[in-house]
Design a protein around this ligand. Structure first.
Ligand code: DX5
Ligand code: ZN
Length: 236
C-alpha cells in the first residue's frame, strides 16, 4: 500500500536567533517532524544543542521531535531526552557495542518514545540484525555526521534498500527508514525508490528562498518516485 513520505527539516540549518519563527515556517510548509541534531564534540567534531533546547522546543510545537543523538554516551543521556519531550529518539549503532544496542532500544521504549538506530556511511546494515525486529525506525546517514550542507554520498540508497529487505525478513513491516544528509530535489527520488520514508533536509529547506515551498517540492518528488516504484513492482 502507498505510504506518503514525511519531511523532517533539520533545525541545524535554521536561524537559531529566530527559532520559533523557523518552526512555524516548517509547520505551515507541512513538515512531518522536527529533526533535532544533538552533537557532543566527541562522537562528531561539532557541538550543537542539548536537553534544555529539546524541552523548550517540545513546549512550542505539536510536531513530533525526531532527536538524532550524535553523542558518545547515549545510554546515560537518553532518559533525559525522553523526559524533555523527544518523540523519536535516535542512537548511533557505533556508540553501542553488542547487547548495549538492544539495551538502549528497551530503555527508549520503556520511556515511552519511539526507537531509531542510525548508521554512519561506513557502518554495515548487518549490525542491526538482532535489533531490527524491535525498532521503529532506522536512520541511514548519507553524509558523515557532524555538519549540514554536505554532498550526498553516492550509493547510500543501496543501504536503504538493504535495510528495507532486512526489515521484511524480520517481519517488521512497520519499520520506517529515514535518510539524513545531502537530500534535496536532486537526490530525494533515488532514496524514495530504495525505500526511504522519512527525509531529513537541512540546507535544502532552510537555505531555500521559500522553505515551505521547498518542503512541498521535495515531498512531491519523493511521493511520485515512490508511487512509480510501487507500480513497477506490482507490474513486475
Ligand atoms: C548531519 C546531520 C544532518 C544535517 C543535514 O550530521 O545529522 O541532520 O543537519 O543537513 P543537510 O540536509 O544540509 O545535509
Ligand atoms: Zn541528523
Amino acid at each position: 500500500m502507498f505510504q506518503p513520505v514525511k519531511i523532517a527539516p533539520s533545525i541545524l540549518s535554521a536561524d537559531f536567533m529566530n527559532l520559533e519563527d523557523e518552526i512555524r515556517t516548517i509547520e505551515r510548509g507541512g513538515a512531518g517532524y522536527v529533526h533535532v541534531d544533538v552533537m557532543d564534540g566527541h562522537f562528531v567534531p561539532n557541538l550543537t544543542i542539548g536537553v534544555p533546547h529539546v524541552k523548550q522546543l517540545s513546549r512550542i510545537t505539536e510536531l513530533p521531535l525526531d532527536v538524532h543523538l550524535m553523542i558518545a554516551n547515549p545510554l546515560e543521556q537518553l532518559p533525559w531526552f525522553i523526559e524533555a519531550g523527544a518523540d523519536m529518539l535516535t542512537v548511533h549503532a557505533e556508540t553501542l557495542e553488542g547487547q548495549w544496542l538492544e539495551r538502549a532500544v528497551s530503555l527508549i521504549h520503556d520511556g515511552g518514545a519511539q526507537a531509531c538506530v542510525a548508521l554512519k556511511p561506513n557502518t554495515p546494515a548487518d549490525v542491526l540484525s538482532t535489533a531490527i525486529a524491535d525498532l521503529d525506525m532506522v536512520l541511514v546517514m548519507s553524509v558523515e555526521p557532524g555538519f549540514s550542507g554536505q554532498g550526498y554520498i553516492e550509493g547510500s540508497e543501496d543501504k536503504i534498500a538493504e535495510v528495507a529487505e532486512m526489515a521484511k525478513a524480520a517481519g517488521n513491516d512497520g519499520l520506517l527508514i529515514e535518510v539524513d544528509g545531502g537530500i534535496g530535489v536532486k537526490t530525494v527520488e533515488r532514496v524514495c525508490v530504495a525505500g526511504a520514508d522519512v527525509i531529513v533536509c537541512g540546507n535544502a529547506v532552510y537555505a531555500a528562498d521559500d522553505p515551505g515551498a521547498a518542503i512541498k517540492e521535495i515531498e512531491a518528488l519523493g511521493n511520485a518516485a515512490r508511487q512509480k516504484a510501487l507500480s513497477a513492482h506490482a507490474v513486475g
